[in-house]
Ligand binder design. Sequence first.
Ligand SMILES: Nc1ncnc2c1ncn2[C@@H]1O[C@H](COP(=O)(O)OP(=O)(O)OP(=O)(O)O)[C@@H](O)[C@H]1O
Ligand SMILES: [Mg+2]
Length: 224
Amino acid sequence: MSLIIESLNHQIIDGNKTRNLLSNIDLSVSQGECVALMGDSGSGKTTLLNLIAGLEPIQQGSIKVADLQLGQATEKALSELRKKQIGIIFQQYNLLSSLSVRDNIEFSARLAGRYDPLICNKLVNQLDIFSLLDHYPATLSGGEMQRVAIARALCAQPHLLLADEPTGNLDEHNGACVVTLLVELAKRQNTALLLVTHSVNVAQKMDKIYHLAKGKLSLVKGAF
Ligand SMILES: Nc1ncnc2c1ncn2[C@@H]1O[C@H](COP(=O)(O)OP(=O)(O)OP(=O)(O)O)[C@@H](O)[C@H]1O
Ligand SMILES: [Mg+2]
């Protein structure tokens, strides 16, 4: 199992009171499995991805990624995990502005120790970003940045891929192509994919669909 979440609770400070953003969440994603996470804006989807990536401290419950218990891991172990095992496609892309598109894509793969020019070139062609390789992020459109962020994450062949609305800035056609590609690569690379989306069409392409509302996670499609 790539990801196991058990009895996870997470509170946030909302004005002068605390709010239970995540209540008693259980979720497991195995290698090669593609899972969609849906829910209204503000329901806590990005927060859940940040917790899984070890970017926010766990308050209560447990998250295990690739056999590492995040709550008990050192900062160094968490940083190694992010480098080597977890790919993240952030909602805001987080491309490195001082690096060209080519270097952005290669950087993560090299950090993970898995840079393979054949895999990178193939992804660049599949995502149709070859002509952008020598450009810098600031000169790209939102959809172009999104495709570069996807290439960067996939190039490192992560164990677990967290994608936060990866098609949010793409038109219907490009969005559908990108999701098909994500699913195909997750299956081929045996990567667990957890993908946040507001699109029912995108979610339908996943093996399972979960819905987050009022802190509770429920399965709406897939094996019970
Ligand atoms: N560090 C924080 N401190 C306090 N509140 C926070 C913090 N981070 C997020 N929140 C709040 O937690 C709630 C959930 O935010 P989150 O970004 O996880 O939502 P989301 O489901 O990803 O929404 P969207 O679909 O709009 O991206 C929001 O009400 C947000 O204002
Ligand atoms: Mg979000």
